[in-house]
Ligand binder design. Sequence first.
Ligand SMILES: [Cu+2]
Length: 285
Amino acid sequence: MSHAPSRDTDRPLSAAGAAPRGRLARLRLPALLGVLALAATGCSKNDVPRFGFPKPITPQGERVLSFWQGSAIAALVVGVFVWGLIFWCVVAYRKNSDELPRQVRYNLPIEILYTAVPLIIIGVLFYYTAVIENYEDKQTAHPGLTIGVIGYKWNWQFDYPSVNGSKALQVNGREGEPPELVLPTDTTIRFVESSPDVIHSFWVPSFLFKRDVIPGRDNQFELTITKPGEYIGRCAELCGVDHDRMSFEVRVLAKADYQKWYAKASASTTGVSPDSALTAAGSNS
Ligand SMILES: [Cu+2]
């Protein structure tokens, strides 16, 4: 290690004493810009720990969120370490003479380290991915509700089977009027997907889950919703020219409200108006 003698030694004492303050002043602008960049993302303080993910409303989504948070924190740790190494090299090994630096190669321990550590990181990510995927793919023998999801060019149809002799119910979107998928809380819901034309993808961001709707296959999954409310749903597969029209609404009602809605909607001959769930439930939530 051959460091050039510090250039500060020639300076008068007063100037050397002022240097730290000058350095602080130079950091003020980048710090301000950093705060501004964070503020401009439009994230509230409560959103930051989710690293951009929406608030999950299913236990399955909670697991995905924890995994995402763990991965993001691991990536940040690696990132900070690498940035630190880069800045340290930039400063410690900056050019200080025209002499060619000592040429080195093959540091075996370091090469083994930077091969082994990424492999371990990938192994851990792979393990948790597999565990959570298995959890999300788990299906019960008798789900509380089975919904048929049909994605077609360019809308959605949701089929509710008949319950205790009631009529089966079909909810269909119309042009300019997205269909409303009404679901109960605290019920194991199985979704059975099908498509008559091309591949679509059923995606409700608040579930932190999407699954492709593939012609000739009946892709299935189950989940339980814990929070009533209104959520947005989309097609997450670029399925053609009017792909952007394939959005839908998800309205989650408390179990009792859902039953009231279902009784009314399945008895109706005129179909289900977008707000019938609310009026039937007699609530504004
Ligand atoms: Cu689509």
